[in-house]
Design a protein around this ligand. Structure first.
Ligand SMILES: [Cu+2]
Length: 372
């Protein structure tokens, strides 16, 4: 396991590398001073469990701020399917995935990460959106009973994964136990289409996809364990086979269907942020489309249009914008259909409104085959 001493050593090593680098060219903006950052307005954000997203502006009013977040880390057993299979879960803020954080370009993200004494392991956070020191991983490694505060500047726009990354085999184990989430850094003037015209969403949902590797007993039944430590060796063996036993959205099969389906109305535009920290996936909205899709999730690139399925690379988060045109229940799936149906990667949108016969109509109901 990664000790604090090792963490400190790696941080020192990172500093030594920085010291040997040549001076930055004048093209790189001069750093803002600590006094200037201290003078910025501050805003405290309370995170909410996915698929919901905390209230935020799409177009920022005013200049950069320091946005304060607090995330406790919680190790806890989580039921991941209808059969009651239990994952020895590890979570940011108690949810799988961790919450979607939203800021604007130029803001400072100031995260207080808390590892309560009830936990059993060191944890940290690597923000793909951040620059330097393992994405913050080198500066945030904390033992149970500790907390740490990290600040980074949101310099690039887009949706970016964050995840726990302690050391060695702890990294994939913590990630496939639930420790990933996403931060969305919006352009200050909001989202835009390929012509630079503004795009707006009425609702935003965050779907985090996880692959789980639950060991089985001699009879093929999923095993349960007393603790994270007890589950580790068997779980690592399944992980190394690269065949997940579950591929789910938001921590469990069925977590976004039925009562928990995502809601929308005909005519509303919905932004769907989708992340996978460990494995590739291919979201598809059955009966709908991606009007505008930032497949790699980075808003400096023009969105692709009218997509049927989009590809989210393992270790990234993408964003798709769609205006619902018909009412009904839409399945939103990973279009590896074995993973969608057999392993769990299916969510539902329930959309209210009036049906449009022009777009689709059953011209003749099912009946006996007619001979001419
Ligand atoms: Cu961790």
């Amino acid at each position: 396991m990664f000790t604090r001493r090792q963490a400190l050593l790696s941080a020192v090593a990172a500093g030594a590398v920085a010291a040997t680098l040549p001076k930055m060219s004048s093209a790189v903006a001069a750093p803002v001073t600590e006094a200037e950052i201290a003078a910025l307005p501050r805003q405290k954000v309370t995170l909410v469990a996915p698929p919901h997203v905390h209230a935020h502006q799409q177009v920022a009013t005013g200049g950069p701020r320091v946005i304060e977040f607090t995330m406790p880390i919680e190790e806890k057993p989580v039921v991941i399917d209808d059969e009651g299979t239990v994952l020895q879960g590890m979570t940011f803020n108690g949810s799988i995935p961790g919450p979607l954080m939203v800021v604007h370009e130029g803001d400072y993200v100031e995260l207080t990460l808390v590892n309560p004494g009830t936990n059993s392991m060191p944890h940290n956070i690597d923000f793909h959106a951040a620059t330097g020191a393992l994405g913050g991983g080198a500066l945030t490694l904390i033992n149970p009973g500790e907390q740490v505060k990290l600040r980074f500047k949101a310099t690039r726009t887009g949706t970016f994964v964050y995840h726990c990354a302690p050391e060695g085999p702890m990294i994939p184990w913590h990630v496939v136990s639930g420790m990933h989430g996403t931060i969305m850094i919006l352009p200050r003037d909001g989202l835009k289409n390929e012509k630079g015209e503004p795009l707006h969403y009425d609702r935003v949902y965050y779907v985090g996809e996880n692959d789980f590797y639950i060991p089985r007993d001699e009879d093929g039944n999923f095993k349960s364990y007393e603790s994270h430590g007890d589950s580790y060796a068997d779980t690592l063996e399944v992980m190394k086979g690269l065949v997940p036993t579950h591929v789910v959205f938001n921590g469990a099969r069925g977590s976004l269907t039925g009562e928990n389906a995502m809601k929308a109305k005909v005519g509303e535009t919905v932004l769907i942020v989708h992340s996978q920290a460990n494995r590739d996936t291919r979201p598809h909205l059955i009966g709908g489309h991606g009007d505008y899709v930032w497949e790699q999730g980075k808003f400096a690139n023009p969105p692709a249009k009218d997509l049927e399925t989009w590809f989210i690379r393992g270790g990234s988060a993408g964003a798709a914008l769609y205006t619902f045109l018909q009412p009904g229940i839409y399945a939103y799936v990973n279009h590896n259909l074995i993973e969608a149906v057999e392993l769990g990667a299916t969510a539902h949108f329930v959309v209210e409104g009036d049906w449009n016969d022009d777009l689709m109509k059953q011209v003749a109901a099912p009946g006996p085959i007619q001979s001419n």
